[in-house]
Ligand binder design. Structure first.
Ligand code: 13P
Ligand code: SF4
Length: 338
């Protein structure tokens, strides 16, 4: 599994012509025409506020190709958040991603354009649940997927993303680990390691809807299609896939294989965003929309930059302990790279 991130270089401030050129490759001309005045406004506000926009791979193309300075999977966004020296970070993604950016770069103002952009995984477990798990399994270390609240991160030993979960689990050097909250990611990790995993019963409401039957039917209709699936999908989907990995790893896999036809079993905007980079590859459905990611819109980005609204704050005591769990995760990657 490739774990390389896929960050894009920053947009030159005010380069709306270059943005138009990119957008016409992914959106109908009418939509581009409607988006451009807002994009120009946002570019100006970014300049005035000394702000950068970080966007997850599931953001809509107008945000991803229009206003984002840095794009990537959860791991890339966390890594890049550490080094941001702008005064303001606008996180176009869901709340746990904005919280992670705040934990890693606490002196910056971190804004999220819609505070309601949550995640079914993050909502599936509380700090009290983690304490109860520890009491039930004394001495067993806890690995938390970053799709958790800061309060949960504060209770665990180390975080992971879908891009480094196996590596993080194995870095602990123990035979048994509590892995939370995604049971499907946990089941997938369990197929890649000898470490015994105690799982929590959380799931992503977007990925758990895919079925193996759906993938098999799709393959029959599209002979030779290259199937990529996110590890938040159920096991019966993952066994049907040609490649399983994080959103960034999926992009890398397409870049390497350059298959004529691809289906990404994940959130719908992925294919829209990635297709621009690979004009020779046909991207087809099925896909499912994440309602939380879709709460982030261009007007929302404009408003939060204009009003400095949607600031993400984390209680100082919680932040200190949660930061330690996220930084331990980043250290695992650094040790591998060294
Ligand atoms: P990635 O870390 O693979 O980008 O996934 C984040 C996420 O929320 C997937 O649903
Ligand atoms: Fe959470 Fe699933 Fe949406 Fe990702 S796609 S943010 S895991 S609900």
């Amino acid at each position: 599994m490739t774990r390389k991130a896929n960050p894009r270089t920053p947009t030159t401030p005010g380069s709306v012509d270059a943005i138009r050129e990119r957008l016409v490759r992914v959106l109908p001309a009418l939509e581009v025409g409607m988006a451009l005045p807002l994009i120009a406004e946002i570019e100006q506000l970014k300049h005035e506020r000394n702000a950068v926009v970080l966007a997850h791979n599931y953001q809509t193309p107008d945000i991803f190709h229009g206003v984002a300075d840095i794009v990537g999977d959860s791991l890339a966004l966390a890594r890049r958040a550490v080094d941001v020296d702008a005064d303001v970070i606008v996180l176009c993604g869901v709340h746990f991603m904005a919280e992670t950016a705040k934990l890693l770069n606490p002196s910056r103002t971190v804004l999220i354009p819609d505070q309601r952009a949550g995640c079914s995984l993050a909502e599936s477990i509380t700090a009290a649940d983690v304490r109860a798990l520890r009491a039930k399994h004394p001495g067993v270390p806890v690995v938390a997927y970053v799709n958790t609240s800061a309060a949960v991160k504060a209770e665990v030993d180390v975080c992971c993303t879908s891009g480094n979960a196996v590596e993080v689990v194995e870095s602990l050097g123990v035979s048994k680990v509590i892995f939370l909250p995604d049971r499907y990611l946990g089941q997938h990790v369990a197929t890649q390691t000898k470490v015994e995993l105690i799982l929590w019963d959380g799931a992503c409401e977007v990925h758990e809807r895919f079925t193996g039957e759906e993938v098999r039917a799709f393959r029959q209709q599209h002979e030779g299609v290259f199937v990529l699936a996110h590890p938040e999908c159920p096991q019966d989907v993952l066994v049907e896939a040609d490649f399983v990995g994080s959103t960034a790893a999926m992009i890398d896999a397409v870049a390497r294989a350059r298959p004529p036809e691809v289906v990404m079993i994940t959130e719908c905007s992925m294919s829209d965003n990635v297709a621009v980079e690979f004009p020779d590859v046909r991207f087809t459905r099925p896909c499912n929309l994440c309602p939380h990611m879709k709460r982030i819109t261009l007007p929302g980005v404009r408003d939060c930059l204009r009003d400095l609204s949607g600031e993400v704050r984390v209680d100082a005591g919680v932040a200190a302990r949660a930061r330690r769990s996220v930084e331990r995760m980043l250290l695992v990657g650094q040790r591998r790279a060294a």
